[in-house]
Design a protein around this ligand. Structure first.
Ligand code: SAM
Length: 287
């Protein structure tokens, strides 16, 4: 058996052999610590017959650890230069497949039905490219994929925002969007030293467990999310001011005020103090 990919020496050897240079614009910070990789995979609670979807396999460090623990791994990689490398490093794992694609453009639902068994337990597990963390997570959640959950290494600051509770400074439209679809927990804080090259920001592993039903019942999902974005438009303003500036007009002031009061929400409150349940009730009253 060859050495794990995620050791400083083997990674260096592979990069040298292929003359690979990191592209900062693609968020390329590779993991070189097998313990951290194992901790990430542990968070996913994979069973031997589970499937895993990875985004951005790099040279295959995480892909390899996933392939050791589950039945099928499918990884989306945007950088063509990594394909011949992955071909070599993943050769011992024929049940791991790499798809050359920008994950944001990919039809993940079709890939799941093609590559996994019907009803198979599937988790997304990835060390995400940080420049597109939010669009990737929102795509995974909004497309309502048949997956159990998502375990991702991301910027600690984004993990904090996603798992934030009402009334905190991290709480915002991203927290509500993610918590609408999933239960969010920050599982691990990870030091910069386990990456090459080292990122400029602190990292954390976030786990999103997909809810069977969204956290709240809303009549119009699109309007619910527009309402939330509008309510956080300017954080210092009251919800009343934000809504009459960003979603309605000043002429609608009375209607907005009446709706807020009918939902027992003081118009002088700030958007960051409202719970997801309060936003749902307000959305149903205004839509
Ligand atoms: N999984 C590897 C590891 O942990 O060592 C590499 C992780 S690195 C942070 C992010 C990876 O995502 C890189 O391989 C990069 O080329 C790839 N990537 C960047 N943008 C992507 C996109 N839009 N779609 C798919 N892969 C992408």
């Amino acid at each position: 058996m060859s050495k794990d990919i995620a050791t400083p020496n083997r990674t260096k050897e592979i990069l040298k052999k292929y003359g690979f240079s990191f592209k900062k614009s693609l968020g390329q910070n590779f993991l070189i610590d097998t313990n951290v990789l194992n901790n990430i995979v542990d968070c996913a609670e994979l069973l031997p017959n589970s499937g895993a979807i990875e985004i951005g396999p790099g040279i295959g460090a995480l892909t390899e650890q996933l392939a050791k623990r589950c039945e099928r791994v499918v990884a989306f990689e945007i950088d063509q230069r990594l394909l011949p490398i992955l071909n070599e490093t993943l050769a011992p794992y024929p049940h791991a497949t790499v798809i050359h694609s920008d994950v944001l453009e990919a039809d993940i639902n079709s890939v799941i039905s093609e590559k996994f068994k019907e009803g198979q337990d599937v988790m997304v597990v990835a060390n995400l490219p940080y420049y597109v963390t939010t669009p990737i997570l929102m795509k995974l959640l909004e497309e309502k994929l048949p997956i159990r959950g998502i375990v991702v290494m991301i910027q600690k600051e984004v993990a904090d925002r996603i798992s934030a509770k009402p009334g905190t400074k991290e709480y915002g439209s991203l927290s509500i969007a993610a918590q609408y679809y999933a239960q969010a927990t920050t599982e691990l804080i990870v030091p910069k030293t386990v990456f090459v090259p080292q990122p400029n920001v602190d990292s954390a592993v976030l786990k999103l467990t997909i809810r069977k039903e969204p956290a709240v019942k809303v009549n119009d999902e699109q309007f619910f999310f527009r309402l939330i974005r509008a309510s956080f438009g300017q954080r210092r303003k009251t919800i009343m001011n934000n809504l009459t500036h960003n979603l309605f007009t000043k002429a609608d002031k009375e209607k907005v005020e009446a709706a807020l009061l009918s939902c027992n929400i003081e118009p002088t409150r700030r958007g960051e103090t409202l719970s997801i349940e309060e936003y749902a009730v307000l959305s149903n009253a205004l839509s």
